[in-house]
Structures are given as C-alpha cells and as structure tokens.
Design a protein. Sequence first.
Length: 216
Amino acid sequence: MSDLALYIDAFRTSPYALSAFAALEELGVPYELVEVSLADGEHRLPSYAALTGRIPALVHRGAAPGGADLWLAESQAIDEYLAELFPPPAHPRLYPEDRVERAIARQIQAWLRSDLMPLREERSTPTFWYGIPRAPLSEDGIAARDTLARAASTWLGDRTQLFEHWCIADVDLAIMLRRVLHDDLPAPLAHYVEMQLTRPAIVKWDAHERPPFRRY
Ligand SMILES: N[C@@H](CCC(=O)N[C@@H](CS)C(=O)NCC(=O)O)C(=O)O
C-alpha cells in the first residue's frame, strides 16, 4: 500500500482535483486514487476527514504529528506539499526553479482559484467534460474572459507553456482557458490549451470513463 492517497470527485469535473492528480502523475510516485461521490454526499461522511469537507484531499499516512495520517485539502497546498516532498533532481520539477517564475506560477494558481467567478459559473467544467450545453457568455462573462485572455497572453507571449519548462500552473491555466475555448479565445491561447491537453496526465484524466452526470 502506498503512503499517499488522493481523494477526487467521481465525476472528475473538479479542476482542483485535476491539479493535484496531475502533480502526482507528473512526479510519477505511487499513490492510491479514491473517488468520492459528491452527488451522494460522501464528502460529508465522518470517514472523509478533510476538515474543509471538499475535494481534493491528499492523505499522507503517518505524516501528521504523533504519526497520525495527514489529511491535506486545498489543491494548491497539495501541489506545493508534493513538490517539497519529492524535490528535484530526484523527481521532476512541479514549480519553476527561478524564484520570480515560481512566484508568478503561484500567483497564477492563487488567482485562478479566487477570481473569474463568471467563467466558473457560466462555463463550469461539466460543459466540456460532459458536453453540458452552454448559453452565450453574459457581459460579466465576456469581461472575465477578456481579463483572463489579456493576462494569459502577457504571461505566455508566443510560448506553449508558461516558462522554459512545464510547471503545474500550466495545468490550472490551461483548464481555465479551456472553459472559453469556444468563446472567441485568441488563436495563440487556443493553441496553448490544445498543446497542454496532450500532456499525459490530462489525457489520462480526460479519457477516464465517467458515470452519468448528476447535479449536486
Ligand atoms: N480551493 C479549493 C476548492 C475545492 C472545491 O471547491 N472542491 C469542490 C469540487 S470542485 C467540492 O469539494 N465541492 C463539494 C462541496 O463543497 O460540497 C481547492 O483548490 O482545492
């Protein structure tokens, strides 16, 4: 049995779960994947010990004080914990080596988790993982798309990844941009998304057979 377990949603529509999943896959370390049915409220059972009551959660067996299991929620915290637990050169880098680039990567991760609400609502991830129909973007949605496109274009220039080497923030940025892939996204950004979607971890996530979607 591996020391690590990642708890994710059974529909696999959580971009946060994907971020933590991609971190583990890119690192290539052994871990157990546990699906939780949010639609059935399994994340509210006492056995689900993440204090936030949200997925994803990483369980690191025996890593908490006194040898208890560490339950770690918040995908960015999970990404950063894994990056420290499995540092380079023995393991692939999740975050840039350069301090400024690392700060920008973390800034992007934090921003995508705390802002752009109209896109998260009007272009929820089931619209592309389940083909749920989409209405045209509202004014707020268009404004959020433009803010995202402007920032992403500045960060990326003409590159197909944020920095010289891939980093975990590329997953988060590509998935946020994927929400508006068919909403007049500038071609270089659409190309960035398409290239990032070929990353093996995302291919694996996309290809997974999903149960029929139920709203929760
Ligand atoms: N900031 C958190 C967000 C996690 C989150 O919102 N998870 C959602 C699924 S996408 C969830 O657990 N929803 C169930 C609920 O809140 O009841 C992270 O980055 O991990």
